[in-house]
Design a protein around this ligand. Structure first.
Ligand SMILES: Nc1nc2c(ncn2[C@@H]2O[C@H](COP(=O)(O)OP(=O)(O)OP(=O)(O)O)[C@@H](O)[C@H]2O)c(=O)[nH]1
Length: 304
């Protein structure tokens, strides 16, 4: 099949919504590889990760935005800026909600921001597998009475229901345009960032509710091979001594398990065996430290 420049559609699409509604799950389903970071703990997606979908007729560059929050500290304010600058740049916005969630102040806050944005907004009601179909009209109405959406898609990102319809519609709505990225490129983020996020995900999964989101991971190095194994070194930063104890665990057991889980994921990502070395350090109030935020990948300048 030949494809001509004039029929090819392309553009940038932001997935926006409260933490935990399933943004990363949707992106992973569409792209088919684990590039966005999933967790059942809220707020794991803090940086802009692009997932790139390409087929014969279109290329959609997905921008997985951080959640929007009313600013409480520097990090939250930063998320606001990041999300807002994304909204203005993209060709379409998917506002994602979970069918089993009530409309909260957070949703209203986001929808109010969206009222002032010219980009077309699609309502994606995810997790429809968790509610009875009869409930859908009421759920839908709750949102459409607040904001005028371009279109509405009830989906299940985990089961895949209606995701094809969403994609097909999105493709036709994107402008005629070039292939921004080569076909085999799935993300434009450097691998080291994804690796750090995989380690962070392992920490959050294993420590469950004991560690709040005040954990950051910095990749120290990933450029040497010893005995045919890529050497990966990273530091896990927490805010308090007590959290350090939890991450390390009795006799180092927890840290060992974190290493095992993270190593598995990283090996899948990089396609080779690795040796993972982890350290745990306390860095008080890192959320309010601009230098630290920058070092851990929160590139503040990017959003100015
Ligand atoms: N039942 C059901 N669960 C889902 C669905 N989509 C996502 N989930 C679950 O919801 C949780 C959160 O999903 P994520 O994809 O991490 O959510 P997110 O919006 O990216 O979250 P943040 O990164 O925190 O912003 C995970 O446990 C998913 O398995 C769905 O369609 N149905």
């Amino acid at each position: 099949m030949t494809e001509t420049q004039s029929t090819f559609h392309s553009g940038f699409v932001a997935i926006l919504g409260r933490p935990n509604v399933g943004k990363s799950t949707l992106m992973n389903r569409v792209i088919g590889e684990k590039i966005a970071i999933m967790s059942d703990k809220a707020q794991t997606t803090r940086n802009k990760i692009n997932g790139i979908y390409t087929d014969q007729t279109a290329q959609i560059v997905f921008v997985d935005t951080p959640g929007i929050h009313k600013p409480k500290n520097d990090l939250d304010a930063y998320m606001d800026d990041a999300a807002l600058s994304t909204l203005k740049e993209v060709d379409a916005i998917l506002f994602m909600v979970a069918a089993d969630d009530k409309i909260g102040p957070g949703d209203k806050y986001i929808m109010n921001l969206l009222k002032d944005v010219k980009t077309p907004v699609y309502l994606v009601i995810n997790k429809i597998d968790l509610v009875h179909p009869d409930q859908l009209p009421d759920i839908l109405h709750g949102y459409t009475e607040i904001l005028n959406f371009e279109d509405v898609f009830p989906i299940s990102a985990t089961l895949g229901n209606n995701v094809d319809t969403l994609l097909a519609n999105l493709k036709t709505h994107l402008p005629v345009g070039p292939k921004y990225y080569p076909e085999d490129q799935l993300t434009d983020h450097p691998e080291y960032f994804i690796v750090a996020e995989l380690i962070r995900e392992a920490v959050l999964h294993l420590t469950r509710d004991e560690i709040p989101h005040s954990v950051a991971v910095i990749l120290e190095s990933m450029n040497q091979r010893l005995n045919n194994k890529l050497q990966v070194e990273a530091t896990i930063y927490v805010e308090r001594d007590s959290q350090k104890g939890i991450v390390i665990g009795k006799g180092g057991k927890m840290l060992k398990q974190i290493g095992i889980n993270a190593r598995r994921e990283i090996e899948t990502l990089v396609g080779e065996k690795i040796n993972l070395k982890l350290w745990v350090k306390v860095q008080k109030n890192w959320r309010d430290d601009p230098l630290f935020l920058q070092r851990s990948g929160y590139n503040l300048k990017e959003f100015k």
